[in-house]
Design a protein around this ligand. Sequence first.
Ligand code: SF4
Length: 1021
Amino acid sequence: MTTFSPSAEQYAVIHHPLEPLRVAAGAGSGKTGTMALRLAHFVTNGSIEPEQALGITFTNKAAGELAERVRLAVPVAASEGREVEITTYHGFAHGLLAEFGPLVGVPRGVRIVTPGYTRQLIRDVIGAGPRPLLDLTQPGRVADRVARLASTLGDHLRSAADLFSESDDPVALERNALADVLQAYERRKAALGVVDFADLVTLAHRLVTEHEGLAERIRERYRLVLLDEYQDTNPGQRELLRSIFGEGFPVTAVGDTDQTIYEWRGASPDNFERFGMHFPRAGGAPAESRNLSVTWRNDRAIVTVANAVRGQLHAPGPLASIEARPDAAGGTVLTHWAHSARVEAAWIADQAERLHAGGTPWREMAVLFRKHRQMAEVRDALVARGIPVEVASLGGLLEVPEVVDLHAWLRILGRPDDAVALARILTGSTYRLGLGDLAPLSGWVRKRNRVEPDDETAIGWALLEAVDELESVDGLSSEAVFRIGEFRRLYRTLLSAAQGVSLVDLCRVVLDQTGTWPEVDALEDAARLSARLNLYRFLDLAEEWSPLEGAPSLPAFLDHLELLADEASSGELDTARVSGEDAMPLLTVHRAKGLEWDVVFLPALCHDVFPSRVIQYEDPVTVPSVVPHGLRLDTASLCALPDDPDQRRAILRQAHDDQEWRTAYVAVTRARHTLVGSGAYWIGGTKPRSPSRLFEILDEAAGPDPRRCSDPGAPPTDTPSVRSAEAPDPVFPTGWRTAFAATITDPTLPETLARAAGLSAAYDAGVDQLRMMLAGLPEPGPRDAGEAAFRTSVTGLVTFAGCPKRFQWSEIDRLPRRPSPSARRGAELHRRIELHNRGTVALDDVDDGFYDSVGEASGAVPDAFARYKASRFAESRPLLIEAPFDLSVAGARVAGRIDAVYEPAPGSWEIVDFKSGRPTDDDSRHVQLEAYAVAATEAGFHGGSSPDRIRVTFAYLGADGLVEVGEDVDEAWLADARNHLNRLVAEARSGTYPATPSAGCRHCDFSRFCTAGAGWLEQNQ
Ligand code: SF4
């Protein structure tokens, strides 16, 4: 049972009778724990069984947290068959369709398209037909408007057909044109056999309302339903739940209307406000409501700010205010107003350094932005101070320098006419050309395009073609010709390397060939960690992405990235993924919902920035892409819109402002102890800014700031020049690449350069550190004379033990292998585990063959890393990580790499090999453990020390939970292992490779032409 001890108001919620109940839970009020205890209470008193409870929440992350709390509160629910069903709102609708979908014409295995693909499909249908009433100069924008319309209609259980009207008003005519596109989109989905998120709810609602008895059948499965984050549900979801769990069913809805920040994607505060009416008690009386108003997260000063922010809402939620817990500390609020965004960013870096020096880890300080475009200045200031940062918003990630460069290379490889990307690369730190250097190239293009100016069918010349025809471009300096020539050579290499590789492999090739990793490695520790985290995140993105149709092509991926750069797109909807490394997370407020930190910085608190001003009024009278109020299911709670446009705008502005203040409320309540607000006169634009009301609220709670800037003065003039032909680093006036090349012939050069630049101390410290690292490397094992003739790996020996024929075709007479996503996932898991253990890992080393990935091809699962993180291993620091060895066995060399060695007690080693799949009864894998145990005693790890005791363990992370298969190693075990390895190597060297078919043939690349294997498979189907 959990040790969570409830407060009086939590107790009242937990013990409230089994009937409909609304719980208004303030930020940080312990709602998840309270819900779990409410469930535990009814399980303990025998009212319900765990499997009769259903928990629904908004995101997979929240569902995971709720499931964890329930397991702690109701231990019996951890047993098989007794689990509480916990899902997301979309997951619940999807589950109904998976079970009963054919009743409404939806096949059971129907695929769901994400919002990103929705836009892709809509773009396709827009391009497929004449759309005379739509302004298609920006088709992407039209697609966004249609996607938004489709989603809103679905939120209110409507379809495109409901939008059409007879009116000849221009707005109605354009809305009809949009409805046409929507109907084409609906037909396209039907043809592809897919549904979108809005369809899930609409179809599930049709299912339970049109098929008599179905709602009762579903309801009978449960005795208690917990609805989490209910304020974020849309009216369609409410109606679906109401049709099943209305009429007095014990539904507990928990939420906080003050944290409704997703109205723009359908959330309706009306759902929470009118819960009592929507879900009445059995006799028809409205459901009761209880409050959780004490925050267990925030210190007092932050609670004061949060209540003041709530006070700005025109329509606050049911809580009068939130209160600090009785033993809450005072907390700190700091503010600063600076001259420019650059000075503001430097002040933030000062504060972060000061707080870190006082003991706050970097990972416990987050910077939250209203828009990701505000991120770059702060990120640069933090990185310049050597503070590790992690950009956790995808939109922001695409603006990180190292990712921008990679993205630019992908763009010119996928779209050779992308002149912006080309210019970015040529003017970047590698080629260091100025815009003036590029002028002859664009002159060459202009001249070619002028040749046939009236020919509308002619395809224009692109800047890249000028690069390709470099020799015919006049006016370039010899240095520019040299550098552009270098670029052209690399571009051609990458073009051929890009053929036939996966997206993630292409990214790796680009990083490799452009020398990104050595550049990253040359950075200071913190900047290196930041750069690596950001690049890994991008690689994850490339790896996880797959298109709806066809192969994952580079152009389609580039389209997808464009959508991610848009803050309103799907990629920005869920809570950010933060790695847990000791780096400061930078993310937007919307992505921070559900997260909390000791310290939170809120920059750019300027008038019209945060809270932001209205960009476009959501006025259904004048905006065709806004659904008319008459079609909405929450009409009753909306203000009637008057005919007068000014009065209408006043009402709509109020709704917008409330949305912004709720976002501000979410932002300030993320801080446990310290909240820091800042802003500046000059953050872009031609006029100085003034502090926003949000800044003033923080300022009232903060002490006076003597360093505050009180005079906007002139705008800053320190904007970096776009013409940056100067070498960026004074230590390497001719560029570090040239210095690197020169070092090969003159090894004393780095020292000479460092001393000349006055960096002797830093140079000496770096050399010392390198010496220590070298000293820590394992000594090479003794070599037998004449042994070099035969080499293999641990993976090779395991393959040989399983089937010598397979070994022959994999290692001796190599035949092509099928690409294996499972094997890649296995390598990816190992990379992540290594990153977790070590903090950094050289990614350019990582490919499928880097780790001993024995057996990873069978059943590697994508979420194995989550299981690792939940395992005992994630908590312990290994003695050795990815320890390579090179053993002498029977006159041959056998190379391998141990995932991790732990030392639970002095002299006692546990050697662990992580598997991304499930356990199998394949004996050949045992060879891997034998090799590792022998290596532990002979390979001279850890400065040559040998352990007194050894245990070898396979940790399988592909099963439902962690499965460990381990053995203790003693002298006899070791002797047997040694003999077995000797025997295997001797047989492998003999040159005879019989086929030994077994269950392993099922995963063998060669089974299609291996007669023995094919025969075995036929007999054992
Ligand atoms: S198919 Fe079976 S028998 Fe043939 S090589 Fe592969 S593992 Fe060996």
